[in-house]
Design a binder for this molecule. Structure first.
Ligand SMILES: *Cc1c(COP(=O)(O)O)cnc(C)c1O
Ligand SMILES: [Zn+2]
Length: 412
């Protein structure tokens, strides 16, 4: 694999060869991929990236992927719009606000970035079956990529997932298995299945590779800002991986000298009904205590986040903050983003918007900072979260008089 040296334990720094492995056998710590940064810096350039494809694969050399001439399984993920959000900015009192709209990926969430890496690594390691433990969006992405790769596919989900998300996975021809438990039960069973069946689980035994895919969100953001990092980002937190890896992504670019030296504050967003990281932050605790999720933001409903503590440390050391949003605030956040910026996001995006609002109102975001909110999933995944109450939807007879009457009564 191109610029990879191996795997290393985040806790005790023990080193391991590249393989489908995610736990240190010495201390049970999580493993991460290690790059040869000197060789990487000599071989890749900003200019080469700028001439690359309009997808996350323009950053192929910064990702843990098979060597350059192997064709990739590719659904066209990434290089999603970074949009100025002046209307929402006005509502939140922020003068330089941007939205990274990752709801427009091939399976309508940011998970295509992480699975895009995982599927190619799975193939290069010779796996025939791709699988995952999912809160919904990962299932759809794994199913779509397995279909494209011609791999067998099993996705494991909590029994109470939204119907739209189940269809969104099953349509690709994968095996959907609902487990009677919440995500944390699903994850535990899947760890055993990975061992017993020898399958590639995108977010379990391939997690060190999978997680790197999230960095492309930071890389693209910096490039789209004209090769500079934002002052402050607001990221949703489920397992804690995307927040942590985005922070690292900006650091990578600084280390390569592709963006100016500087500092990005990283803030986290969770639902009040599942806020193990945000509550630890707000209560000044060092450790993340698992919770039992109860929220409409099901794609963020991980009560025992694998990367919760590293996310918490990332938030603290960056000078960011964390917030949580109630179910009502989540729905209000979805509507606010839609009505100000024309973007319909799922409940996870509602969490991000609602938490950004709390952070701004609480003075945790400076009005003059360049701020990017990460909208990670599409509204059509969770349409039932938004009831029609309070929306302008009317039914009238099919004639012009009825419409004129409606309009004049509206004026009166
Ligand atoms: C998975 C997911 C997240 C959070 O990802 P983690 O890396 O697990 O924290 C955020 N938003 C959406 C829509 C997701 O599906
Ligand atoms: Zn270790």
């Amino acid at each position: 694999m191109s610029f990879l040296q191996g795997l290393r334990c985040r806790i005790c720094h023990a080193e391991y060869p590249l393989s489908a492995n995610h736990v240190c056998s010495a201390c049970l710590g999580p493993l991460e991929v290690v790059y040869d940064w000197d060789r990487l810096a000599r071989s890749v350039s900003r200019q080469a990236v700028e001439h690359g494809p309009y997808s996350m694969w323009r950053y192929r050399d910064l990702l843990p992927l098979p060597d350059g001439d192997v064709p990739l399984i590719d659904l066209g993920t990434g290089f999603t719009p970074l949009l100025r959000a002046d209307n929402l900015g006005k509502a939140l009192g922020l003068r330089h606000l941007y939205i990274k709209n990752d709801a427009v990926n091939p399976t309508y969430s940011f998970k295509d970035r992480v699975v895009g890496v995982a599927v190619n690594v799975a193939r290069s390691f010779g796996f025939k079956t791709l699988a995952c433990a999912s809160t919904g969006n990962l299932a759809a992405s794994v199913a779509a990529h397995a279909a494209k790769a011609g791999m067998d596919c099993y996705v494991f989900i909590p029994w109470d997932l939204e119907p739209a998300k189940i269809v969104n996975a099953a349509v690709y021809g994968c095996n959907v298995v609902k487990l009677r438990g919440d995500y944390d039960h699903v994850n535990r069973v899947c760890s055993e299945i990975a061992d017993n069946f020898g399958w590639a689980f995108a977010n379990i035994n391939l997690r060190p590779f999978y997680a790197e895919g999230s960095k492309t969100l930071a890389y693209e953001t910096a490039e789209q800002l004209g090769w500079r990092a934002p002052d402050h980002i607001v990221s949703p937190i489920a397992g804690g991986s995307v927040l942590t890896k985005m922070a690292r992504g900006f650091e990578d670019l600084r280390q390569l000298g592709w963006i100016p030296a500087g500092h990005t504050r990283v803030s986290g967003a969770q639902a009040a009904g599942c806020a193990p990281v945000s509550s630890a932050f707000l209560e000044g605790r060092e450790h993340v205590t698992p919770v039992r999720p109860n929220t409409i933001a099901k794609s963020l409903a991980i009560g025992n986040p694998a990367d919760g503590e590293v996310a918490l440390r990332t938030i603290r050391t960056s000078g960011g903050a964390a917030e949580m949003a109630t179910d009502d605030e989540i729905v209000a956040g979805i509507r606010l983003l839609a009505s100000t910026e024309g973007i319909f996001t799922e409940t996870a995006g509602g969490v991000t918007v609602a938490c950004a609002q709390r952070l701004a109102e609480g003075g945790k975001i400076d009005p003059d900072e360049t701020v990017v909110l990460y909208i990670t999933g599409n509204g059509l995944k969770t349409p039932d979260a938004v009831t029609t109450a309070g929306l302008s939807i009317r039914e009238i007879p099919a004639d012009i008089e009825a419409f004129e009457a409606m309009m004049s009564s509206a004026v009166a």
